[in-house]
Design a binder for this molecule. Structure first.
Ligand code: SAH
Length: 502
């Protein structure tokens, strides 16, 4: 089959700014060739099965030369692959997209182009700068501030000043003082509002606003680095009022999310929506214990049980694969009632067409045990984690209820990124670390090392059991108002707003 290349604009960084069409192309890609400026959050959207080729850096830290990139695109598409060429912002705005498509056109390779949100407009917008405005600017000019090696800037400053429009310089951080000098020499008012937006649309976005003549000093003071835009024009004065992104409750906060890999999504998304920079540290992942002869035996005799209890979505998954592996389906459950420890476990049951008969008000073993003890008369089958807390079986035993407790999944500790994270944690680079279960605390501590300095961040815990486990390891904790993900997000917002003292 003939291959093809789709040139896709990834937008300035926020993955929400990728177009619907761009996302569709990405999800269907077999090979993705991407640049340095494509944000990690967008790269996370690349499907697992797709091969990634990073042309933004090489071992020597020099980018891959354009001729070599063109050659990679040709080779991969001619080998029959569906190739997505992913570029920061819009591919045709200082992105060499045109050059790459020319190569493909000449070689007769099928191609198409999906525009992206250029940083010139997108990063400005997140910085509170509307690039045109009826009262201030009626034209927009996008200019490169990059000079060819050894050459001076080739910009007609007089012409730019005459436009009276908004000027946006890309690739101009190094040349910024020269650009400002050029504009002033061409007669621009030194009081003209100007701004720089660094890492625009990304959680770490910073904005630097100043009158044109003062911009170099202000940017040096703030140590503004690439990637950043320089915006010059009256519209920059609106930023103080319109910089909505910087006002998000968690803007500037860096949060480590320690949920198991498969389940990190919702919490991370909710925190990001409030402006936080989220780093996912899937320090534990769950693995079903399969084959599991004890579970098989119990499932053969399901009719002997009145209740079936699950303490995690992973338990539901292990139960379901075991049942299906035995050639049976939901009908095997007959009249057995189902208990789930919390809403995520309840959802895992729902996904299989099963509704939980009981979910305790508070999501932990002790409350599930108490709730079951009240309702159960017959035998209970618990399908749990290998290292599950004793609170649940203890509560059943205390109430004199007969039960079988079978471990059906285990938690695997994943230490691959631990060293790097420890350094960052100890340097105070995280404000908060979220813990959604006692086992995430154990996974986290064993990954970064129990002797690490835990004093530089606050542990945000889903409930008292999780908090107890964290405190035992010397972590300073705060507990959410309810045992739910949205309560954790709320807790972070309140702390960030300084409503609770640290
Ligand atoms: N095709 C890209 C631009 C590539 S040139 C686009 O349409 O956005 C690279 C320059 O873009 C950088 O030097 C910087 O000036 C700007 N840039 C890219 N992403 C940015 C971001 N997130 N915030 C601020 N500037 C950005």
């Amino acid at each position: 089959m003939a291959g093809k290349v789709t040139l896709v604009g990834a937008g300035p960084g926020d993955p929400g700014l990728l177009t619907v069409k761009g996302l569709r192309a990405l999800l269907g890609a077999e090979v993705v060739v991407y640049d340095r400026l494509v944000s990690p959050a967008v790269l996370e959207l690349i499907p697992d099965g797709a091969r990634r080729i990073d042309v933004g850096k090489e071992a020597s830290h020099h980018p891959v030369p354009q001729a070599r990139i063109n050659q990679i695109l040709l080779e991969e598409s001619q080998a029959g692959h569906n190739v997505v060429r992913l570029k920061g912002g819009d591919p045709f705005v200082f992105g060499r997209g045109g050059e790459e498509l020319e190569t493909l056109a000449r070689a007769g390779v099928a191609f198409s182009e999906i525009p992206g949100v250029t940083s010139a407009i997108g990063a400005a917008a997140y910085g509170g700068v509307p690039v045109t405005h009826r009262d201030y600017a009626s034209s927009l000019h996008i200019i490169t501030g990059h000079a060819r090696e050894g050459a001076a800037l080739d910009i007609d400053f007089e012409a730019l000043v005459r436009t009276k429009g908004t000027l946006v310089f890309l690739m101009g951080v190094t040349a910024m003082p020269a650009i400002v000098k050029g504009l002033l020499a061409a007669g621009m008012d030194p009081a003209t509002p100007a701004a720089m937006v660094e890492r625009g649309t990304l959680p770490g976005q910073r904005r630097c606003g100043a009158a044109l003549a003062a911009l170099p000093a202000r940017a040096a003071e703030m140590e503004i680095h690439s990637p950043a835009l320089i915006i010059v024009g009256s519209v920059c004065a609106l930023a103080e009022e319109l910089c909505w992104f910087e006002r998000l409750p968690l803007h500037g906060r860096r949060i480590l999310v320690t949920r198991p890999r498969e389940r990190a999504g919702t919490l991370s998304d909710a925190l990001r929506e409030q402006g936080a920079e989220v780093v996912e540290f899937p320090c534990i992942r769950t693995e079903p214990i399969l084959p599991c002869p004890a579970m098989e035996r119990a499932l053969e005799q399901l009719a002997d049980y009145e209740w079936l209890g699950f303490t995690g979505a992973a338990g539901v998954e292990a139960f379901w694969s075991c049942l299906r592996g035995m050639g049976r389906d939901a009908r095997a459950l007959g009249n057995v009632k189902l208990a789930a420890i919390g809403s995520a476990t309840g959802k895992a049951l729902e996904a299989r067409g099963l509704t939980a008969d009981l979910i305790p008000e508070i999501c932990d073993g002790a409350h599930m045990g108490a709730a079951l003890a009240k309702k159960a008369a017959g035998r209970v089958l618990l399908l749990r984690a290998e290292e599950g807390s004793p609170a649940l079986p203890d509560a059943l035993a205390a109430a004199g209820i007969a039960f079988d407790d079978i471990p059906v999944y285990r938690t695997i500790h994943d230490n691959s990124r631990a060293r790097e994270l420890r350094t960052e944690l100890e340097a105070g680079r995280f404000d908060y670390v979220t813990f959604t279960s006692a086992s995430t605390v154990r996974g986290f501590v064993s990954a970064v090392g129990p002797d690490a300095d835990f004093s530089r961040f606050l542990g945000l815990c889903i409930g008292p059991q999780t908090a107890k486990e964290a405190e035992k390891r010397g972590i300073r904790v705060r507990i959410g108002g309810r045992a739910a993900i949205d309560a954790l997000v709320e807790l972070a917002e309140n702390l960030s707003a300084g409503e609770q003292d640290l």
